[in-house]
Ligand binder design. Structure first.
Ligand SMILES: *Cc1c(COP(=O)(O)O)cnc(C)c1O
Length: 394
C-alpha cells in the first residue's frame, strides 16, 4: 500500500491535502466545526430544511410507526407504502408521469445513465458535469463525447459527427453547475435533442428546491416541461435529508425498477428518510418565503463581494447565477491557505482546487442559505475582506 502514502505525500506537497472538518452541533448558518464557532458558507442546506421542526417530527413519527430500517432492497421486500407515497408526491410536484427514488443523487445518476444506454450508444456530456454522470457514462459502455462547458454549438457539432451512427444518443447536463453556480442551457440542449432525435437528461442536484416555481428545478425555470426525458434531482441538498430521484415517463421508471443496479442491489431508505422528504415537499409549497430569502441573500452577498473587488466569476469563467458563489483566486495552494485562514477567523468556506476544478481556477466556494441573517452575512463579508487583505489576496 506504499503507493497510497506516496499519493498522500504528493497532495501534502501541493498544499491540497485536507483533513475532515467535524461538525459538533447541527447544520446551521452558524455552527461549530472542530470546536470553533463559524459562519457556515459551506453547506448545501439551502433552505434550512436539515433541521426544520416539521421534518424532524415527520422522521420521528415514521420511526415510531415503521421502525428504523426497510429490511431489504426495493425489488425483494423493501418497498414500503411510504416509499411509494414519496415517489407519487415528487412526480406530482414535477408534473411528470412517474418517479423513482434512489439512495442518493449519485446512485440516481450513475444507475440511470449506465442502464438506459449500452455499447454502441453515445453520450454527449458537458465537460463540467458531475462525477456521478461521468461514472455512469463509463459504466454504460457507451462512447462518451464531451462538449465544451455550456457550448450548445459544440454539442451540435459532435452530434452531427455521429448523426448516421445507429446507436442511441443522450445529451446530458447539470441544471446548475456545482463549482461555478452557473445554469446549464437546458432549453437549448433540449431543442437540440429534439432536432437530432436524442434523449435529453438533466441533473438538477443543485437546482432542486432552488430554481423554478417553488424549487421545481431547471425544467420549470426554462419552462421546457415535456421536453426533458430524464430529470434527476437530489433529496440531499435543499430537501435536507438524503436520496436522489429520477422523474420521467412511466416506462422509464418501470425500466429503472428492472435494470438500475443501485435500485436492484442496495437497500431502500429507512422510513424516516422517506417521511422527512415528503414533509420537505410540503414545505416547498407552503413556505415559499424560504426560497425568496435564499435569493435575496444571494443577490446581496454577490453584489457586496463584487463591490469589494473579488473575482466571483464571469468573463473567462462563468459567473454565478445561483446561491453557489465562487471567489476565484487561481492558485491552489494560496486558495487552500486562504480557506484555512478564513476558518481561523470564523468563516467556513470550502477551498476547491485541481482536480475538482481546472488548474489555475482554484476558488473559495461560498453557498448562501435562506437562514443566514443580514448581520451574519455582513460579518462574513467583513472577515473575508480583512483576511484577503492580510494574506495579499486583495
Ligand atoms: C451533489 C450532487 C450529486 C449527488 O447527490 P447526492 O444526493 O449528494 O448523492 C449529483 N449531481 C450533482 C450535480 C451534485 O452536485
Amino acid at each position: 500500500m506504499a503507493h497510497l502514502t506516496a499519493a498522500l505525500n504528493d497532495l501534502r506537497e501541493r498544499g491540497t491535502y485536507f483533513r475532515l472538518r467535524v461538525l459538533d452541533d447541527e447544520q446551521g448558518p452558524v455552527c461549530t466545526y472542530d470546536g470553533r464557532q463559524v459562519i457556515n458558507l459551506a453547506s448545501n442546506n439551502y433552505l434550512g430544511l436539515c433541521n426544520h421542526p416539521k421534518l424532524r417530527e415527520a422522521a420521528i413519527a415514521a420511526t415510531r410507526q415503521y421502525g428504523v430500517g426497510s429490511g431489504a432492497v426495493r425489488t425483494i421486500a423493501g418497498t414500503m407504502r411510504i416509499h411509494m407515497e414519496l415517489e407519487e408526491k415528487i412526480a406530482a410536484f414535477k408534473n411528470v408521469e412517474a418517479c423513482v427514488v434512489f439512495q442518493s443523487g449519485f446512485t440516481a445518476n450513475a444507475g440511470t445513465v449506465s442502464s438506459i444506454l449500452g455499447k454502441g450508444d453515445f453520450i454527449l456530456s458537458d465537460e463540467l458535469n458531475h462525477a456521478s454522470i461521468i461514472d455512469g457514462a463509463r459504466l454504460s459502455g457507451a462512447k462518451i463525447k464531451v462538449f465544451r462547458h455550456k457550448d450548445v454549438a459544440h454539442a451540435e457539432e459532435l452530434l452531427r459527427e455521429i448523426e448516421n451512427e445507429p446507436g442511441r444518443k443522450l445529451i446530458i447536463t447539470d441544471g446548475v453547475f456545482s463549482m461555478d453556480g452557473d445554469i446549464g442551457p437546458v432549453d437549448k440542449l433540449a431543442e437540440l435533442a429534439e432536432r437530432y432525435g436524442a434523449i435529453m437528461m438533466v441533473d438538477d442536484a443543485h437546482a432542486s428546491g432552488v430554481l423554478g416555481r417553488n424549487g421545481r428545478g431547471s425544467v420549470d425555470h426554462f419552462d421546457v416541461h415535456g421536453k426533458v426525458d430524464v430529470q434527476v434531482g437530489t433529496l440531499s441538498k435543499a430537501i435536507g435529508a438524503l436520496g436522489g430521484y429520477v422523474c420521467g415517463s412511466r416506462d422509464l421508471i418501470d425500466y429503472l425498477y428492472h435494470r438500475a443496479r443501485p435500485f436492484l442491489f442496495s437497500t431502500s431508505h429507512p422510513p424516516s428518510v422517506a417521511a422527512t422528504c415528503i414533509a420537505a415537499f410540503d414545505i416547498l409549497e407552503s413556505e415559499p418565503e424560504r426560497i425568496e430569502r435564499l435569493w435575496s441573500n444571494t443577490r446581496y452577498f454577490q453584489e457586496q463581494l463584487k463591490q469589494a473587488g473579488f473575482d466571483v466569476g464571469g468573463v473567462s469563467t462563468p459567473a454565478s447565477e445561483t446561491p453557489i458563489t465562487p471567489i476565484i483566486l487561481g492558485d491552489g495552494r494560496q486558495t487552500m491557505a486562504f480557506s484555512r485562514a478564513l476558518f481561523e477567523a470564523g468563516v467556513m468556506a470550502t477551498g476547491i482546487a485541481f482536480p475538482t476544478v481546472p488548474e489555475g481556477k482554484a476558488r473559495i466556494r461560498c453557498i448562501l442559505t435562506s437562514e443566514h441573517t443580514l448581520p451574519q452575512l455582513d460579518q462574513a463579508l467583513e472577515t473575508i475582506h480583512s483576511v484577503a487583505k492580510q494574506t495579499g489576496v486583495l
